[in-house]
Design a protein around this ligand. Structure first.
Ligand code: C2E
Ligand code: MG
Ligand code: MG
Length: 474
C-alpha cells in the first residue's frame, strides 16, 4: 500500500492480442485478498485450536501424534502422552461460575506450556481435559518426571477475578512404543492410567500398566449395571447402631447401603465413588432417603421405641438445588417426624462450597432435621470454621480411632477434637470402635457417643427390632 504496508493480493493477467494474434497488451486485474486470507486463517484456527485457551485441539493433537509416531519408529526413539484431568473442576464451575472456570482453564494452559520443551505439544480436548505430547524422550522415566513437574506446577494458588483457587490434577501417562504404536491405543491407555490416578485418590501421576485395563473394565461393569440394579431392587440398607457409652443405650442407627446380587454384596466404597462420578448417585441417594424414612416409620408403627435414623448424603446430592424440597417431600410422604432424621455430610462436602451450603443447612436445620459432619479429620477444615454451620454431631473419622491406643498423636488429636466440639455445642461421636481398649481411651477423653464393630456391625433391617426393644447394647 502507499503507506508501505504489505498486503496479500491475487492478480489475474490476460493477454490482449491484435488481428495477427500478436500480444499488444496485458490486462492485469488484482484484488486485495486480506479478508479471504484472514477468513482462511480463522477457519484453520477454529478447526485445529481450542478457542478458549488457543491450545491445539484433539484433531491437531492426533495429527501431531501420528507424525511423531512415524518419526519415532524410524529413529528408535520414545515418546509419551500425558492425559490430565483437573480434580473437582465441576465443583468450581458450579459454585464459582463459568467465567471463573474459564479463567482457571486459561491459567492451567499457561502453566502446562511452561513445563514442556519446544516441539512438545499441549492440547485441550475439551472441558477440563488436557493432553501433553512429549515427542522425543530418551527414557520412559523422563516422561514420569515431566508429568510430576506438571502436577506440581498447578499447586500454587491461582487467582481468578479476586478468588484464590487451588486446583489439582490427576495425570495418566502412556509411553510409545512401549504401551502401543497406534494413536487410539495410546490415548485410551493414558486415559485408563488417569482414571486409575483418580480412583486412588486424585492429585497424582500414574504410568499405564496392562493390569489397569482389568480394573477399568471392572469399574465399567459396575457403572453399566447400576441403573438396572435400582430397578431390580438389588440395593438394600443395613443399619449400624449408634451408642451412648455411658448408659449403653442405643440412640440411633446409621443406614448404610449394600448392593446385593447373586449372593454377593458389593461394598459402597466400590460403587458410591463411581456413581458419584456418573451422576447416578442422585437416584441412588433419593432411594436411600426414601427407604430409610419408610423403614423408620415402619418400626415406629410396630410400637418400637423411636430412634434417629442417620442417612449419608453424597457431595453431588447435596449440591442439587432441589435437595431441601426433596427431603421435605420424602418426610411428608413417609410420615416421619423430622427430628428422627439425621443427615450426614462429609467434611469435604461442607468445605467445598461454603455460601450455598450454609443456606441449605440452615433450611434443613430449621425443619428440625439433625445434621452430622461425617469422617471429620480427613478434610482440611478447622473446627472454628465449623462453628458457622448448624451442626448437631461430629463424627470423628475411624482412621484416628484405629490407632488411638498406640499412636500418641492420634490420641491427642481425638481428645482435642472432642473438647473443641463440645465447646462449640456439637456432640462428638467416634467411628470405628473395634475394641474395649479403644472404648476406654475414648471414654477417658470424654467421648460419650460411639459406633463400631465392638458394639455391632451394620445389620439387616430384620435384626434391628430386637435391638430397639432391648434399648441397650453391651
Ligand atoms: P461412613 O458413613 O463413614 O460409614 C461408616 C463405615 O464404617 C461403614 O462402612 C461401616 O460399615 C464401617 N464401620 C463401622 N464400624 C466399623 C468398625 O468398627 N471398624 C471398621 N473398620 N469399619 C467400621 P460401609 O458400610 O462400607 O460404608 C462405607 C462408606 O460408604 C460410608 O462411610 C459412606 O461414606 C458411604 N455410604 C454408605 N452408604 C451410603 C449411602 O446410602 N449414601 C452415600 N452417599 N454414601 C454411603
Ligand atoms: Mg456416615
Ligand atoms: Mg464416617
Amino acid at each position: 500500500r502507499k503507506n508501505g504496508e504489505i498486503y496479500p493480493k491475487a492478480i489475474t493477467i490476460t493477454a490482449v492480442r491484435d488481428d495477427q494474434h500478436r500480444v499488444t497488451h496485458y490486462v492485469a486485474v488484482f484484488r486485495d485478498i486480506t479478508q479471504r486470507k484472514k477468513a482462511a486463517q480463522e477457519i484453520h484456527q477454529l478447526a485445529f485450536y481450542d478457542s478458549l485457551t488457543q491450545l491445539p485441539n484433539r484433531r491437531m493433537l492426533l495429527d501431531r501424534l501420528n507424525q511423531s509416531l512415524a518419526t519415532s519408529s524410524r529413529n528408535d526413539r520414545h515418546g509419551a502422552l500425558l492425559f490430565l484431568d483437573l480434580d473437582h473442576f465441576k465443583t468450581i464451575n458450579d459454585t464459582k461460575g463459568h467465567a471463573i472456570g474459564d479463567k482457571l482453564l486459561i491459567e492451567v494452559a499457561r502453566r502446562l506450556i511452561s513445563c514442556v520443551r519446544e516441539g512438545d505439544s499441549v492440547a485441550r480436548l475439551g472441558g477440563d481435559e488436557f493432553v501433553i505430547l512429549l515427542t522425543d524422550i530418551e527414557q520412559p522415566v523422563n516422561a514420569e518426571r515431566v508429568a510430576e513437574k506438571v502436577r506440581v506446577s498447578l499447586a500454587p494458588v491461582m487467582m481468578a477475578e479476586g478468588h484464590a483457587l487451588y486446583v489439582t490434577a490427576s495425570v495418566g501417562v502412556s509411553i510409545y512404543p512401549d504401551h502401543g504404536i497406534d494413536a487410539a491405543v495410546l490415548m485410551r491407555n493414558a486415559d485408563t492410567a488417569m482414571y486409575q490416578a483418580k480412583s486412588e485418590g486424585r492429585n497424582m501421576v500414574k504410568i499405564f500398566a496392562p493390569e489397569m485395563n482389568q480394573a477399568a473394565s471392572k469399574l465399567f461393569l459396575i457403572e453399566s449395571r447400576l441403573p438396572a440394579a435400582l430397578e431390580n431392587r438389588e440395593f438394600v440398607l443395613h443399619y449400624q447402631p449408634l451408642v451412648d457409652v455411658t448408659t449403653r443405650r442405643l440412640i440411633g442407627v446409621e443406614a448404610l447401603i449394600r448392593w446385593c446380587r447373586d449372593d454377593s454384596c458389593v461394598p459402597p466404597d466400590d460403587f458410591i465413588p463411581v456413581s458419584e462420578e456418573s451422576g447416578f448417585i442422585l437416584q441412588i441417594g433419593e432411594w436411600v432417603l426414601r427407604e430409610a424414612c419408610r423403614q423408620a416409620v415402619a418400626w415406629q408403627r410396630e410400637g418400637l421405641p423411636p430412634v434417629t435414623v442417620a442417612v449419608n448424603l453424597s457431595a453431588r446430592q447435596f449440591r442439587q438445588p432441589s435437595l431441601v424440597e426433596q427431603v421435605s417431600n420424602i418426610l411428608a410422604e413417609s410420615g416421619l417426624a423430622p427430628q428422627w432424621l439425621e443427615l450426614e455430610i462429609t467434611e469435604s462436602t461442607l468445605m467445598d462450597m461454603a455460601g450455598e451450603t450454609l443456606r441449605k443447612l440452615r433450611q434443613l436445620s430449621a425443619m428440625g432435621i439433625r445434621l452430622a459432619v461425617d469422617d471429620f479429620g480427613t478434610g482440611y477444615s478447622s473446627l472454628s470454621y465449623l462453628k458457622r454451620f448448624p451442626m448437631d454431631k461430629l463424627k470423628i473419622d475411624q482412621s484416628f480411632v484405629r490407632d488411638i491406643c498406640t499412636d500418641r498423636d492420634d490420641a491427642a488429636i481425638v481428645s482435642a477434637i472432642i473438647d473443641l466440639a463440645r465447646n462449640l455445642g456439637i456432640e462428638p461421636l467416634a467411628e470405628g470402635v473395634e475394641s474395649e481398649a479403644q472404648l476406654h481411651a475414648l471414654q477417658a477423653a470424654g467421648c460419650r457417643l460411639c459406633q463400631g464393630y465392638y458394639f455391632s456391625r451394620p445389620l439387616p433391617a430384620e435384626q434391628v427390632p430386637a435391638l430397639l426393644t432391648a434399648g441397650t447394647i453391651c
